[in-house]
Design a protein around this ligand. Structure first.
Ligand code: MTE
Length: 322
């Protein structure tokens, strides 16, 4: 995601990266026999990581059932899905999450649930996600930066997770928060966003059958760069709503703070539904670059999920509630 302040992407890599990480990375690149000239695109994506998945943790295969959720478009390669990422807690370059996210501890993992609900508290991952009922959902993934992918996620409907906690009638919205540990996430030392990363949905959006809590992709557990051990997937919204590595869920009565909206409300709305006719102030949203394809594609209303979700926004002026 492009940001206005500070201009992290304009800095030399050694300014953005802590010294220890910078040296480690240089050593790694050297060991790979690659000149230390910044990121080199081996598969065509600017800044794509260089075999850095070698540093990724070992991930388990997951059992799951297939579903009818499939746009019938070519799936983006596992390599691209796991090495071209946004996870600013590990740096703002697309290759940073694959380089550094393995430093995050994901086991054990606990999730705090609070606010307007009957069964709040602190839960282990296994108490929140029923790993015996995982399903695969192949969804389009559209970043606000105008690139897109098609990803076979594994997980459970978000509604099935939220219902466990017994949200009450006062719960009009739900807020999610990402893990934040400066010892493991060097990007937190940069004031790119007001950390920790927070996101939110209106309750009816969160309970919509398409909203998904993912714990895996391509048949395996999530790699850290994709938001292990659990991240949100809301396929009709821009990717930044898909908050990663969730440690807290809060049921609230008022629209919650969300990180990108708070950083620049003119550019990043709370709703952030994919909409080719509402332009970002600094670029067009009417087309997108599908990673792995040569020609740009037209962006689809609600990312192609209009039939399913348009009724959530009936009567709302979508250029105002963007
Ligand atoms: N979640 C956290 N905690 N931090 C982030 O920087 N980036 C968002 C979203 N979730 C982000 C995040 C953005 S801008 C996008 S497009 C998607 O994650 C990218 O998900 P992916 O890397 O799995 O493709």
């Amino acid at each position: 995601m492009l940001i206005k302040k500070p201009h992290a992407w304009q800095m030399a890599e050694n300014e953005v990266t802590s010294e220890a990480h910078y040296k480690n990375r240089r050593q790694f690149l050297r060991a790979m026999g690659i000149a230390a000239t910044g990121s080199v695109a081996v598969t065509g994506f600017p800044g794509m990581a260089l075999g850095l998945t070698a540093k990724a943790k070992a991930v388990r295969d997951l059992d799951y059932k297939t579903t009818e959720y499939d746009p019938g478009e070519d799936q983006t390669s596992f390599q691209a899905v796991t090495s071209y990422n946004n996870f600013y807690e590990f740096g703002t370059a697309k290759s940073d999450p694959a380089d550094y996210a393995h430093e995050m501890t994901t086991d054990p993992w606990s999730i705090t649930v609070e606010g307007h609900c009957g069964n709040g508290g602190q839960f282990a991952l296994e108490d929140v996600i029923d790993f015996s009922s995982l399903e695969e959902r192949i969804y389009r993934h559209r970043c606000v930066e105008a690139w897109s992918m098609v990803i076979p996620w594994l997980g459970v409907p978000l509604a099935s997770v939220l219902q466990k906690f017994g949200p009450t009638a006062e719960a009009k919205y739900v807020q999610f928060e990402t893990y934040a540990n400066r010892d493991e996430m060097w990007g937190l030392s940069r004031p790119v966003l007001n950390w920790p990363y927070v996101e939110g949905l209106r309750m009816d959006e969160a309970m919509h059958p398409l909203a998904f809590m993912s714990v895996g992709l391509y048949g395996k557990e999530l790699l850290n760069q994709n938001g292990a051990p659990l991240r949100l997937v809301v396929p009709w919204k821009y990717g930044f709503k898909g908050i990663k590595s969730i440690i807290a869920i809060r049921f609230v009565s008022d629209m919650p703070r969300t990180s990108w909206n708070e950083s620049n409300a003119r550019e990043y709305g709370f709703y952030s539904n994919v909409n080719p006719s509402v332009q970002h102030p600094r670029w067009s949203q009417s087309t997108e670059r599908r990673i792995g394809e040569f020609f740009r594609r037209d962006t689809l209303m609600f990312n192609g999920y209009e039939e399913e979700v348009a009724s959530l926004y009936r009567g709302m002026d979508l250029s105002r509630y963007f």
